[in-house]
Design a protein. Structure first.
Length: 329
């Protein structure tokens, strides 16, 4: 049933994407804000309680609804799976920015592309050179695809196979949402900023995302240039401050042959400026992958789109085979 739920959710989301101004995100903001204001007293154990209530209670509600519907009808349970996945999984929840930036670049309007990137990432992109603009668009699009699609896909399939319905999809998206917003002090939901809450939310999401991020990276390697992707994964993943992000982006960079994590990356570790222009500056004797990587070009945007969709097809085929084996067995 997992395969059909994911397939239907993706099809519906492509035909009728969730609007930008929907009720889900404001509702989540209000819920997280309530939990932070009323349960956080500044101690580390309180941070764990806030995170547990903010993510665990919605998961329990979803699980209870799923079990009640499954008791009456498997069709109702399937429809509930599709409804929850429609709200938690899909490209169209973020791809409008990527599409608009591509259109602006194709039209030669780099100012508009920078404005859209600044709105998307909430950074100052006014002075970014073209290659840096493209790099940040590619990196943010890859991470958004993972957090809106592949991470949700993994946790949904895993917990659904255990009879827990769409609980995994809700857990993952809430963990993403909490880590993203509680790690931004300027968006503390009118509550006192607690660094411990930010640290707990970030760490717990890193644990939840540990396996999905590596499966996403492996999928990119399989559907892209496998050897270059694995070499880049091994060589470059530590350049990012977030280990899970580094694994995904390093693998994708090798898979499509684009050089990511430039020396001026605000979240990168290490100086790779000597290797950005030549592709060879920071390689050891046995490392040759970077020689085939190029600075980000507009054509790489389409390559990234193809990489992501091929990965979706790969994982859908694997789940379909598992579903078929389960039915036959």
């Amino acid at each position: 049933m997992s395969f059909f739920a994911v397939l239907l959710a993706l099809v519906i989301e492509q035909l009728k994407p969730l609007p930008r101004n929907n009720w889900v995100y404001p509702g989540l903001l209000a819920w997280l804000g309530w939990a932070a204001r009323n349960l956080d007293a500044g101690l580390r154990r309180h941070a764990w309680v806030v995170w547990g209530v903010a993510t665990g209670l919605p998961c329990l509600v979803v699980l209870a609804l799923f079990l009640a519907l499954a008791h009456w009808s498997q069709l109702l349970a399937l429809l509930f799976d599709v409804a929850v996945l429609y709200l938690t999984l899909g490209f169209r929840q973020f791809s409008h920015y990527f599409t608009d930036i591509r259109a602006a670049l194709d039209a030669g309007d780099e100012r508009e592309a920078r404005r859209l990137l600044a709105e998307w990432k909430r950074i100052d992109a006014s002075d970014l050179p073209r290659s840096e603009l493209l790099r940040q668009v590619i990196e943010h699009a890859l991470l958004a695809a993972h957090r809106h699609v592949f991470g949700v896909f993994f946790w949904f399939v895993l917990l659904s196979s255990l009879g827990l319905g769409p609980t995994g999809a809700v857990l993952y998206r809430l963990a993403v949402f909490a880590a993203r917003h509680w790690s931004a002090p300027e968006r503390a939901f009118d509550a006192p900023s607690n660094p411990l809450l930010m640290a707990v939310a970030t760490q717990l999401f890193a644990w939840i995302d540990l396996v999905p991020s590596r499966l996403t990276a492996f999928g990119f390697a399989v559907v892209g240039n496998f050897e270059e992707a694995i070499n880049a994964w091994r060589r470059d993943s530590a350049l990012w401050s977030q280990a899970n992000d580094g694994v995904i982006l390093a693998s994708a960079s090798g898979a499509v042959g684009v050089r990511l994590a430039g020396a001026d990356a605000p979240f990168a570790r290490g100086d790779r400026s000597s290797g950005i222009d030549t592709g060879m500056g920071d390689l050891g004797p046995g490392d040759t992958a970077a020689s085939t990587e190029q600075l980000p070009q507009a054509a790489h945007l389409q390559s990234v789109v193809g990489l992501v969709w091929r990965s979706v097809v790969l994982w859908m085929l694997l789940v379909a085979l598992l579903t078929l084996a389960n039915l036959v067995g």
